[in-house]
Design a protein around this ligand. Structure first.
Ligand code: ATP
Length: 324
């Protein structure tokens, strides 16, 4: 392998730039060429490539988003699109592909690897932390800190007005952000996709805390929480049954994806980029780089896609105890 390509794909996350930088600099370190692909698989199909060297990635470790841009590509879902992608890689004499993204992007990489036997390595970049085979994904820590910051601010206004705030955070299938940011920000209750707290139990708990003297409360709700109701419906139900509180809803939205990456994410991304290039140079393929117990490991890409990254039940217990 003497020429490697790198791309970012799917939803962006803070720290993707640090990962690009690490892949590019690792290539420079091992004296192989590196090519950047713009806009994920779509750019691959359109041969939107740029030659990169150690200097092309200066001043980006601190920047959110991705300098290579990210995209979702319908064309790559079709065999015809993937054939074009393959031909472009061969025409540019590229021997391997590093994909920074989430499980959709890894599925694409896996399909591509199977079809053309083209070496692919994945680096998990998503704020959701929903990828199996790694304790942490790049961007998750930054997103957590952003969410905690915002909830701290909401708490100020909540306590000044005796308000009950429902704060919706990202996580359609995964409660990592809600659970950890909820505990970190001292939320009274946390609703996540993995656990069915039930609206009655939520009401009961909020009534109890009201009786115990709490004048304001924060409830963190993951987008895909198990109640099956959206955050406005949940808030309405509580408001109707707990009129002592003024209820408000705050949707955190895309700000969770942005911002300068935390030091944790920058270090994680730097380590993962090096590991990805070293795996390729070792002749390994169809793997994802993971961080397990603070060691860089290689996980079968198929396993990373198929299996579910389960939340730690112990953390749920902590959240229960804290809301006494
Ligand atoms: P996020 O964490 O934001 O969901 P992701 O990497 O999971 O990121 P997706 O939009 O699911 O994002 O996938 C990114 C791209 O990967 C898709 O737009 C598509 O081009 C490609 N892809 C996903 N699934 C497949 C598949 N089964 N076959 C081929 N390509 C795929």
């Amino acid at each position: 392998i003497t020429r490697v390509a790198v791309m970012t794909s799917g939803g962006d996350s803070p720290g993707m730039n640090a990962a690009i930088r690490s892949v590019v600099r690792s290539c420079a370190y091992y004296k192989i060429d590196c090519v950047g692909i713009y806009r994920g698989y779509q750019g691959l199909i359109e041969a939107d490539f740029i030659s990169m060297n150690a200097r092309s990635v200066h001043n980006i470790i601190n920047k959110g988003g991705t300098i290579l841009k990210s995209a979702r590509s319908k064309d790559f879902m079709e065999k015809e699109g993937r054939e074009k992608a393959y031909n472009n890689l061969i025409a540019s004499d590229i021997h391997a592909l590093v994909v920074i993204g989430g499980d959709g992007s890894f599925t694409g990489g896996m399909v591509f690897n199977k079809e053309f036997n083209f070496p692919v390595i994945g680096i998990p970049g998503t704020i959701d932390n929903d990828i199996f085979g790694t304790d942490y994904t790049i961007g998750y820590d930054t997103a957590l800190n952003t969410v905690v910051d915002v909830i701290d601010k909401i708490r100020d206004t909540a306590s000044s007005h005796n308000r009950l705030f429902f704060v919706e955070v990202m996580g359609r299938d995964s409660g990592f952000i809600a659970l950890h940011a909820g505990i970190g920000a001292g939320a009274e209750e946390i609703l996540i996709p993995e656990e069915d707290l039930g609206l009655d139990r939520l009401l009961d708990s909020l009534q109890k805390s009201r009786r115990s003297g709490k004048s304001s409360s924060i409830v963190v709700v993951a987008e895909g929480d198990k109640t099956g109701k959206n955050v406005f419906e949940i808030a309405q139900f509580i408001e109707k049954n707990l009129p002592e509180y003024e209820v408000r809803v705050s949707i955190m939205g895309h700000m969770q994806r942005g911002g300068s990456p935390s030091c944790f994410d920058r270090v994680l991304a730097s380590r993962m980029g090096v590991k990805a290039v070293e795996l390729l140079l070792d002749g390994k393929t169809n793997l994802m780089v993971g961080s397990v117990n603070n060691e860089m490991v290689a996980v079968d890409l198929e396993l990373a896609v198929k299996e579910h990254h389960a939340i730690n039940k112990e953390i749920l217990r902590i959240s229960d105890i804290m809301s006494v």
